[in-house]
Design a protein around this ligand. Structure first.
Ligand code: SAH
Length: 214
């Protein structure tokens, strides 16, 4: 299995062909070994056009969804970014190459510890991580320039909007437990914010006080 060839094909056919244009993001996804973030038995499927199980009934998102949500954050390099739902760690690793520092929160300890080891192995030193309910954000590290929620919420979690910097952006899948739509929240310079709904998607549940109860 030649992962480099599969990865290049993934970027061309799944990302560029579908309209992803951010050159920095494309470069990162061309180089980041996604096969290391999935279970060993699934490594050969890591570059397929799909989400994959990662254990604990959770999933690593489809590559296109990672790219699309990341592009929606409009990162230029110095931002402080918060991610809710570390899961496999892949999305956090992508963000770590495009922003100044990434804060990521996972509620399931076994997933968190696997990801933490991977960040060490890959030398991703600008990622801070904690095991907690991320639906309420990370107040002691707020405000953030960008926030990404990689689990489906019943509504836009207002605690997260409040932890955005003025002009900051939040991307969150909002809907029922089966399907959602990506919502892009832009905080304005005053206390207001706008919400735009775009692409349909399917994420596992955001479980927590600003998410689903179970
Ligand atoms: N970004 C991940 C996607 C993981 S799936 C990746 O790149 O692989 C979503 C993850 O969100 C799951 O691991 C789930 O346990 C976690 N999650 C769900 N609700 C959460 C909450 N309230 N706080 C933190 N993590 C949560």
């Amino acid at each position: 299995m030649n992962f480099d060839i599969s990865r290049k094909r993934m970027v061309e056919t799944q990302l560029v062909a579908r309209g992803i244009t951010d050159r920095r993001l494309i470069e990162v996804m061309l180089n980041l070994p996604r096969h290391m973030f999935v279970q060993e038995a699934m490594a050969s499927q890591a570059y397929n056009d799909t989400s994959l199980p990662i254990g604990e009934k959770q999933t690593i998102s489809q590559p296109y969804m990672v790219a699309l949500m990341t592009e929606m954050l409009s990162l230029s390099g110095k931002e402080r970014v918060l991610e809710i739902g570390t899961g496999s760690g892949y999305q956090a690793a992508v963000l770590s190459k495009l922003a100044g520092r990434v804060y990521t929160i996972e509620r399931i300890p076994s997933l968190a510890s696997r990801s933490r080891k991977l960040f060490d192995t890959l030398g991703l030193t600008n990622i801070s991580m904690k095991i907690d309910d991320g639906s309420v954000g990370w107040a002691s590290e707020a405000p953030f320039d960008a926030i990404i929620v990689t689990a489906g919420a019943p509504e836009v979690p207002l605690a997260l909007v409040q932890q955005l910097q003025p002009d900051g952006r939040l991307v969150v899948p909002v809907g029922d437990q089966v399907s959602q739509v990506l919502n892009l929240v832009k905080r304005s310079a005053d206390d207001g914010f706008t919400v735009e709904a775009s692409t349909p998607c399917r994420f596992v549940k955001l479980i927590g006080s600003e998410g689903w109860s179970q």
